[in-house]
Design a protein around this ligand. Structure first.
Ligand code: SF4
Length: 431
């Protein structure tokens, strides 16, 4: 992330994660669907593209069967630990999030089948938020009416920019018209909440171009916007692409693309784009509720708020991360190994490879800092008293003195606009 870009949830935002230390049953479920028609050169998500995703040899059906199998195995473990859903210790799930990759490439019948398994084995509250990520291309967005009928309530559309030239430069297949058609199709399908993802600080960017993208995106009347500065990390250098890693190696072509793209980024311009967007969205009736997220009233993502407020969530699919209130667990990223474990040629299915860690070795102060950082990402902010209680007082006072934090009511501290842009400066001091 560029240093000027925000590093990073009105009313619906959470309080800080005081319960990070306690194991608990999941409130949400993340399902990772790794297929994309093509692989964007900047993308670090766990993605398989090309022949694996389309054509006669595609592995989508095999994957959907394996994912269903993993859900069954995960549900067995939850049953053993917490009893059946709706028992005294376990509530039905409040949110499900199908992310990717391009989950809208799943046939609607597969989405319906997976959500049936979720209802049966995990429980799903009657007003659950069920998000589907979709790419806007006509051959990628899927059957949104069928998705709605299956239970999808929220569509997150990977728009990125509303400019055909920039979309091509980013390696995207869709056009701005495809974004508009997908938003319209979601409304026609009766999907209650429509979100657009947009990218800024892209190669060759300009303030005027970003302003046009914002205006054209707002003209589509979305309920929610996620704005991300283009990040050009190197998962190989971070050592997370090994056999148990939750990322896949970066191709030589993508690495060269990123090196060129980095030269076209500008911290100051990125900061200006963030400020411009925050003002433009506020004028259009959106409130920021997390550093990178804005929503109309009632449309903040409950699933993502759960992450920032320290709720527990279950996860399935290659590279997916789960958290039980105390321990993070993840599946390894490689699809072959995932399918081999869950759909073996002989023997019963077994859980896919992966790993786990208990955050900071169960150190209470480290957990308090983690909770504070998550809370400070959100508009609800952090209880001022947390500073004295957990030894973060000097860092919080520094944040106030530098104009990065301000009071929000009698006992809360919240990031200012500058604080949202420079949150890492504060967060490293909290650590
Ligand atoms: S469409 Fe999205 S998930 Fe797929 S490769 Fe591009 S950025 Fe990654």
């Amino acid at each position: 992330v560029t240093s000027a870009a925000p590093e990073g949830a009105v009313g619906e935002a959470p309080r800080e994660a005081t319960h990070l230390r306690v194991e608990r049953p999941p409130a949400g479920l993340y399902l990772h669907v790794p297929f994309c028609v093509s692989h964007c050169p900047y993308c670090d998500f766990v993605v398989v593209a090309g022949r694996e995703a389309r054509g006669p040899g595609n592995r989508i059906a095999a994957f959907a069967a394996a994912l269903e199998q993993e859900l069954a195995l995960r549900a067995d473990l939850l049953d053993e630990r917490w009893g059946r859903p709706s028992g005294p210790e376990r509530q039905p799930l409040d949110t499900v999030y199908l992310g990717g990759g391009t989950p809208s490439l799943l046939p609607a019948v597969a989405v319906a089948r997976l959500l049936d398994v979720v209802r049966e084995r995990f429980g799903l509250s009657p007003d659950a938020e069920v998000t589907l990520e979709a790419n806007p291309g006509p051959d990628e967005r899927g059957d949104l009416a069928a998705a709605r009928a299956a239970g999808v309530t929220r569509l997150s559309i990977g728009a990125q920019r509303m400019d055909a030239v920039q979309l091509r430069a980013l390696g995207r297949r869709h056009s701005p018209n495809d974004v508009a058609a997908t938003a319209l199709a979601a409304r026609d399908a009766g999907i209650e909440s429509v979100s657009l993802d947009l990218l800024y600080d892209v190669p060759g960017d300009s303030i005027a171009s970003w302003q046009r993208t914002l205006d054209e995106a707002l003209a589509l009347e979305p309920d929610h916007l996620s704005l991300y500065a283009l990040t050009l990390d190197d998962p190989d250098a971070e050592g997370i692409t090994g056999a148990e890693g939750d990322h896949l190696p970066v191709s030589g072509g993508a690495r060269r693309w990123r090196e060129r793209a980095r030269r076209g980024q500008d911290d100051d311009r990125a900061a200006e784009m963030y400020r411009l967007a925050d003002a433009r969205l506020a004028a259009a009736g959106f409130s920021w509720y997390e550093i990178s997220n804005w929503a109309r009233p009632g449309h903040a993502s409950r699933h993502n708020l759960g992450y920032w407020s320290g709720l527990a969530w279950e996860a399935a699919g290659p590279g997916a991360h789960a958290f039980d209130g105390r321990t993070r667990r993840w599946n390894a990223a490689r699809l072959d190994r995932y399918l081999a474990a869950l759909s073996p040629v002989d023997g019963p299915p077994r859980l896919p490879p992966g790993s786990r860690e208990t955050f900071a070795g169960d150190d209470p102060r480290a957990r308090a800092v983690e909770g504070a950082i998550l809370a400070l990402r959100t508009r609800a902010g952090l209880a001022s008293s947390a500073g004295g209680r957990d030894g973060m007082g000097d860092a919080l006072a520094w944040g106030v003195s530098q104009g990065l934090l301000e009071p929000n009511g009698p006992d809360r501290l919240v990031l200012t606009l500058s604080g949202r842009l420079l949150s890492n400066e504060l967060f490293v001091r909290l650590l």
